[in-house]
Design a binder for this molecule. Sequence first.
Ligand code: GLN
Ligand code: ZN
Length: 759
Amino acid sequence: MNLVKTVVGYPYIGDNRQWKRVVESFWKDAISEEEFRQQMHDLRIAYLKRQQALGVDLLTVGDFTLYDRILDLSVMFGLVPARYHTQGNQPSLDTYYAMARGAKDVVACEMTKWFNTNYHYIVPEYEEDALSFQHNYLLEYFEEAKNELGVITKPTLIGPYTFLTLTKGYSKQQRAAYILALIPLYARVINELTAAGATWIQLEEPALTKTLADDEVKLVEEIYQQLAAETTGAQLLIETYFEALTAYDRLIKLPVAGIGLDFVHGKKENMEAIRKFGFPTEKLIAIGCVNGRDIWSANLAQVTSDVKTVLALSGVENAWIQSSCSLQHVPVTTASEQKIAVVLKEALSFADEKIQEIIQIADHLVTTDEGAKQTVSHSTNAIEALAADASRQNQKVKQLIEAVTEQQFSRETSYENRQIAQQEALQLPDFPTTTIGSFPQSADVKKMRAQWRKKEITDEQYADFVKKETARWIHIQEEIGLDVFVHGEFERTDMVEYFGEKLTGFAFTDKAWVVSYGSRCVKPPIIYGDVEWTEAMTVKEIVNAQSLTNKYVKGMLTGPVTILNWSFVRDDIPRELVANQIALALRQEIAALEEAGIVVIQVDEPALREGLPLRQENKDDYLNWAVRAFKLATSSVLPTTQIHTHMCYCEFNDFIGPIRALDADVISLETSRSHGELIDSLQENHYELGIGLGVYDIHSPRIPKIEEITAILTDSLQVIDRKQFWVNPDCGLKTRQQYETVEALKNMVAATQKLRQQV
Ligand code: GLN
Ligand code: ZN
């Protein structure tokens, strides 16, 4: 038996975010293009050497990027929309970054979520006749590894079917032409790599794990037959991940030399399929057995036994032992972590540790060596130690969860009656105006927080500063004439971290960064223990803000599902249970706010949609428990207390059902990008609760004119009843300047006043 140790891909940011610094220095003109290219090259080589030292047999190239791997492909295939053709249509590095980030006179390409991850890619845009072969960067990466390390690497790229389904801007009629033009380009990349000596080429096809209709399966077959016809001598491996391969019995026969399957997220289904249909023994199987999506140590005994089963069932001679997907979704190494508890650190595994696990699993399969046995028991011990840790044995949380009753998941009073009660109690004007929560995090705010973190100023000094900033913005809101105020969130850097630091069960790392998009990295908290509310988290700040004005100030919380979806989450209990623990903690916070006299409380859920499973058949179950967690958090309040929520970063048109199910008295939605469609969809679904459609785009520094806002308001009024109509911007204002914020909001209020006079 021949077992090759490899990964689908390795993180490109570096253990100290070196990559981010190189990219950003280039953007700031601190280094020349030549220096930039040299430093990027050095990083690529360093990462390969690092993996080699860890024991990877088959190294991968093409998992590296200068911004985004999908954008790399778009540019290589000439899919550079005409609006970026500043220097002819030979895409330069400036063109590449203009597509990614926008430039002086041109907006960036659209960016969207990569399947069910928190990574965002640049959406390829089809334009007729645009397709043309540009620079083959994969060949460059392949050659440099061959020349400098003397190794034959495995080039990887997103496969043609996935690339096609991610592209926007082509009609049904244009699709055939697109495919016809695209396949020869793929064939050319592959042929050039094969000619240069590549033995294996990996085509990543995560789209093959989504629900596929029969004609889609057919299309995949046609694409690969065509690709096989146009390539010579190449060994292609189709790599699937995030779920089991869909339509296994047909797609397993695609004319390629190897298939990679995810035996973590698609374990049960892939196993069943192999049992039922076998595996074509002439093909190579790549066994994705170490989780590339979480940060937990693998249970080596369990995984080794799974791999044995797969090998026995498939009956193949050659296999790759690898991560379930690219390791770009996890941080680089736990070795950088200094401050987390030992019992937690021992049970963690980031990219480098996951590679070690892959090596251990492969070794364990071929030897009966004592050393191999020891590593297996070490992993079991670490997992057991964490399981026994007090953080996971919180009896109080257990009791609270057990005591939850079905009534606690819904408000006592129907929306119809709540609306009447709230109107009577709150006496808000028609078309109430409000904002989403945060006000500008100015240089001053950031400086003071940094000083406070470094203990250069005292807790008191910092709290004082935050108080002053809040008071200043309460005053500004009075002057603008808004109806429902916010405190501004000056005490928060991040809407998850702020709460995580105050609840039990959360850990924060030093350097566990992952890329969210481009050079933007996030450091998700780790939810490793039971989540308990121990003290009020927001009451002091909100009550202080409320004491400064006669207008209502909204309590401001992050919802349970968003906290869950933006964290790394323990894997020993169901996510649903973790969500409910967080929900109960928030429920206590909401009770504390209500007790302190706060009557409007907003619970943000911008990431509700992010946890949506890829497969149609799993979506309802997720939505059901996600919505229930939100309701568990928010349903205890009096009928007169008004619950708000906010959502952004996603498509809402097919999401009105779940939004309605939240039963929030008022929702504010980000809409500036697809306003018309959303309005249609609200009408079709008879949405009757309070709703504020973002009337301007907060992502742009541009100040919207009164007439523009009026047009949007008048338009929305066609379908939204005045009794449910709220007026607000698209999202929080923390990234804007004070001047832009104030001017834009003044125009929003002026447009609203005009509307009040007209109707
Ligand atoms: N209340 C948060 C804010 O205004 C909401 C942020 C978000 O939607 N992502 O910043
Ligand atoms: Zn938002």
